[in-house]
Every structure is written in structure tokens, then in C-alpha cells.
Design a protein. Structure first.
Length: 513
């Protein structure tokens, strides 16, 4: 997804600079494409607030509404309802399926057309959700939005990587992740205001997704296709003309030659062996295992439990409806600002240090929240105001560390560790793993909270210990390593992963890799 930005930063960072300036047109294209991230983030942020609105529950989930208002109902189980969870999670299941289709569409029809299709699905899905009169309409709408997310998440980051001049490719690509966090924040603010509008507040919340969807749709009519996609599909002249336009110069021979040769060698390798088959080779395992593990771990930090259900969680902790949405706005703001921190630090202090520091910070925060909840939020009583504020502060501490580490690096590392011949296929694996685990957490979290109570936080804390161990033992530092030198400079030198390569000594080749 965030594919290629480290790759290209390395190119810009030392070995090769192409001519051309940063044109207004490249920024326009980048801003339009990043809107897809805004859509994704808005969807993540909006569902939790909507599912805590009484008008919404009364319309679609009356049993949950009744339970929520029953005085003696167990605090942890108020929102435990599989159909309510399906409202949130159906989107991610649809996105998971759509991401496989999207990689084919991106190759056959191009990134721009795939983004257009994404925005069309977003618009239809938004209309169905905002106008829903029954549960089926609502779920079908969520599925359309999910298809939009699957298409957009595959096409937009690829598009950004391909149009950006090498030396700002990282910045343009992080724009997508930044837009995700801004989308979540906007959704939290929208929910805060619409929760006071009765009875249709939830319709405005869900309908708000139409704004970025419309921007993406209209914008995608004026942006260009990427030169790489044009050349890949045999339209060399159009590819060259587009490159000249986005670079603002006719002097693009070097860059155009590189695009052509990358497309030619990729085509030759694909002819010889399909990328997905190549991924099954022993030497593909290190980046593949790491791509999947980064996504699984990213989700098992528990971040989306907070992102989807922050308002519900805050209500569980005893905040009133308004207070809980306000708290979610605070965590959303921390998320945006901390993502900016990661842009500044990632190439200075490296990936491993950021990930490990965040593990410590998240572990302390999770255990502290779990402890406070265990002692002060028993089944039927709420914490005092002081403890409730302490919980919000700790959740901010937790969110900030996630946002400068596992959030962006969950995308960055898989994007920079695959060799060119398996990069797109390998990366689409990472996207779909993310969707799968996002879905699982969305579907399971409220039930888990009901059964595990405060121990849910210790459950995630155990995962954080595991992921720290994984980073220490198996994740090599990739800061500053040129993308095309990963195999020689990283994998073949790593104490464990080097056994996956044919030139490892015989004993090691035979052992498990
Ligand atoms: O900012 C947090 C959000 O960012 C993501 O990692 C996507 O890049 C989501 O899984 C999460 O909800």
C-alpha cells in the first residue's frame, strides 16, 4: 500500500537523481489520490460513534438499545451483539475480497480507473448507508464501501509512488497514511456534532463519507494515469508524454528509460514464473513472513479496538455520550500529530528503534488501563472522574506510540523489503492480511470485551511482548539500505534469514527457514 516510498527515497537519497521539478500538477494528482486514504480513515472512525448513538440503535438494533439502557446491565457486555459488530466488520471483509480483484484491475486497466471505480463504490455505499431503512440496506451499503476501500487502498498508494519525483516520493506516500488519520479525526468530530441531532444524526455521519468520495470521483477525472501503468499496458508514447507533463520538462530520458527497463524485466520474470508462484520460493519467505507478521502484529496492538470502538469503550468506562465522543476526538488528534512525528524520525533513528520504543510505551499504557479498569470499573459501576481522565490520557499515550511506529511502519516495511519481481504481489498480500485482521478484530472485540473484561488489555499486552521479541530477533534494520540491495545487504547477512538462500551452507539450507 504505502508501496515504494522507502524504495524511491533510497534512489533519491544517493544513487540516482532524475531531472524535473515538483510541478503543481503532481501535487494536485497526489492530493486527489490521497483522498482515498481520507475515505478509508473516515470509515474507520465513523462506525464506533454511530453504533453508540441511540437513534441508530433504536432503528436497527433495538435489543442492544434496550440492553444499553438497562440499569443493571453488565458494563462490559452492553454492546456485545454479533449483528452490530457485522455493521462495522462487513466493510473489511468486502475490502479483503476486493483487494485481490483490485491488483488485477490495477494491472489491466490502470491505477486511475481503479480509483475511479473505488470512488463510484464509495458513492453508492454512502447513499445506501445514509438512506438505509433496514439492516440489509445498511450492510449492503457497508459492503459497497468495503469494495471501495479494497480498490482505493491498492491503487492510490501505488499511484502516489509512481507519479512522485523520487526525492519527494516518501512524503507523497505518507500523505496517504496521514489522510487515513485525518479521516479518522474528521469522523470523530462529525460524530461529536451529529450525535446531538435527533433522530437523523447518524444519517449525516454516514452521509459525510460522500464528500471525500465525490472529491475523489471528480478529481479522478482530471488526474493522469501513471507513466509506469501506461508503459506497462503498451502505451509508451502516452507514458512518455505524461512523464513530461508531471515533471514539467521534456528532459526525462533517464527516468523514462528506467521505467521502460523496469517494465521489461518485470514482464520477462512474470512470463517465466507468475509473481504469486515466485512468492512460494524459499528466498521469498523472509519478506513475506515479515510483511504478514507486521500486519498481524499491527492489528494485535489493539489499535482498531480503540479506533472503531473508542466512543463505545469510553461509554463502557462510564463517560456520558458527549464526553466519550470528545475523548475520541482527542485520541484522533493525537493520532494525526504522532504520524507527523514518524515522518520526521523514521529515516533518522531507524525502524527497529521506533518499533521497540513503541512496544515499551504501549505495554505500559495497556497494563495501566487494564489495571485501572480491573480495580475501578467492575461490572456495574463506573470509574470516578479522575480515573476516567487517567484512562483517556493513557489511551493517548498508547495511540501516540502506535502512530509513530506500527501504524506507518506496518506499511513501510513490507513496501521496502520485497525484490522488484515480487514487490506488487507481495505487497498485495500485506494489504489483504491487514484487511483480514482488521475484520477479525472488528468482529470479535466487543464480544472479547464482554467475556474478558479488563483482561482484554492484558491480552493485547501479551501480543506486544511477542511483537517486541519478533523485532529483536527477526526484523532487520532497513533504514538507508537501497531497495534493490535488500537481498545482499539485509537478508543474506541476517543470522536467521540467510538460511533461506541457496548459497547458505548445506546444513542451514536443509534446516527450516
Ligand atoms: O491510524 C490507525 C489506522 O491506521 C491503519 O493502520 C491503517 O493504515 C488502520 O489499521 C488503523 O485504524
Amino acid at each position: 500500500m504505502a508501496g515504494g516510498f522507502a524504495v524511491d527515497a533510497k534512489v533519491a537519497g544517493g544513487r540516482r537523481e532524475f531531472k524535473g521539478k515538483i510541478t503543481w500538477y503532481v501535487w494536485l494528482c497526489g492530493l486527489v489520490a490521497a483522498t482515498s486514504g481520507l475515505m478509508f480513515g473516515y470509515d474507520i472512525g465513523i462506525s464506533g460513534g454511530v453504533t453508540s448513538m441511540d437513534d441508530f440503535l433504536l432503528s436497527f438494533f433495538p435489543a442492544v438499545y434496550a440492553r444499553k439502557h438497562r440499569a443493571r446491565e453488565n458494563n462490559y457486555c452492553k454492546f456485545d451483539d454479533q449483528r452490530l459488530q457485522l455493521f462495522t466488520s462487513s466493510l473489511y471483509l468486502a475490502a479483503l475480497a476486493a483487494s485481490f480483484v483490485a491488483s488485477i484491475l490495477c494491472t489491466r486497466f490502470g491505477r486511475k480507473r481503479t480509483m475511479q471505480a473505488a470512488s463510484a463504490f464509495f458513492l453508492v455505499g454512502t447513499g445506501l448507508c445514509a438512506g438505509a431503512t433496514n439492516l440489509a440496506m445498511l450492510i449492503v451499503g457497508r459492503i459497497c464501501l468495503g469494495v471501495g476501500v479494497g480498490f482505493g487502498n491498492q491503487a492510490a498508494p501505488l499511484f502516489l509512488s509512481e507519479i512522485a519525483p523520487a526525492h519527494i516520493r516518501g512524503a507523497l506516500n505518507i500523505l496517504f497514511q496521514l489522510d487515513v488519520t485525518i479521516g479518522i479525526l474528521i469522523a470523530n468530530i462529525v460524530n461529536y456534532f451529529t450525535s446531538n441531532i435527533h433522530p437523523a444524526g447518524w444519517r449525516y455521519s454516514l452521509g459525510g463519507a460522500g464528500v471525500p468520495a465525490a472529491v475523489l470521483f471528480l478529481g479522478s477525472l482530471v488526474i493522469t494515469e501513471t507513466p509506469t501503468s501506461l508503459v506497462e499496458r503498451g502505451r509508451r508514447d502516452a507514458g512518455r508524454a505524461t512523464l513530461e507533463k508531471i515533471r514539467g520538462t521534456a528532459d526525462v530520458d533517464d527516468e523514462f528509460d528506467e521505467i521502460k527497463s523496469a517494465c521489461e524485466s518485470a514482464a520477462a520474470l512474470v512470463e517465466e514464473e507468475k509473481p504469486f508462484k515466485r512468492l512460494r520460493r524459499r528466498e521469498s519467505r523472509p519478506p513475506l513472513v515479515i510483511a504478514i507478521a507486521m500486519q498481524v502484529f499491527q492489528q494485535f496492538t489493539g489499535i482498531n479496538a480503540i479506533m472503531f470502538y473508542a466512543p463505545v469503550l469510553f461509554q463502557t468506562m462510564g463517560f456520558k455520550s458527549d464526553g466519550s465522543l470528545l475523548s475520541a476526538v482527542v485520541t484522533g488528534g493525537v493520532n494525526v500529530l504522532s504520524t507527523l512525528v514518524s515522518i520526521v524520525l523514521v529515516d533518522k533513528i531507524g525502524r527497529r528503534k521506533l518499533l521497540l520504543e513503541a512496544c515499551v510505551q504501549m505495554l505500559i499504557a495497556q497494563c495501566a488501563v487494564g489495571g485501572i479498569m480491573w480495580v475501578h470499573v467492575r461490572a456495574n459501576n463506573n470509574p470516578s472522574e479522575g480515573w476516567a481522565v487517567a484512562i483517556v490520557v493513557l489511551i493517548c499515550v498508547y495511540v501516540s506510540s502506535f502512530a509513530w511506529s506500527w501504524g506507518p511502519l506496518g506499511w513501510l516495511i513490507p513496501s521496502e523489503t520485497f525484490p522488484l519481481e515480487t514487490r506488487t504481489a507481495g505487497f498485495s498480500f500485506a494489504v489483504s492480511s491487514n484487511m483480514l485482521f482488521t475484520f477479525l478484530i472488528a468482529q470479535a472485540f466487543l464480544s472479547m470485551m464482554c467475556y474478558m473484561r479488563a483482561f482484554i488489555f492484558f491480552f493485547f499486552a501479551i501480543w506486544i511482548v511477542l511483537m517486541a521479541a519478533f523485532v529483536v530477533a527477526l526484523l532487520p534494520e532497513t533504514k538507508g539500505v537501497p531497495i534493490d540491495e535488500m537481498v545482499d545487504r539485509v537478508w543474506r547477512r541476517h543470522w536467521f534469514w540467510r538460511r533461506c538462500f541457496a548459497d547458505a551452507d548445506a546444513a542451514k539450507i536443509d534446516s527450516y527457514c
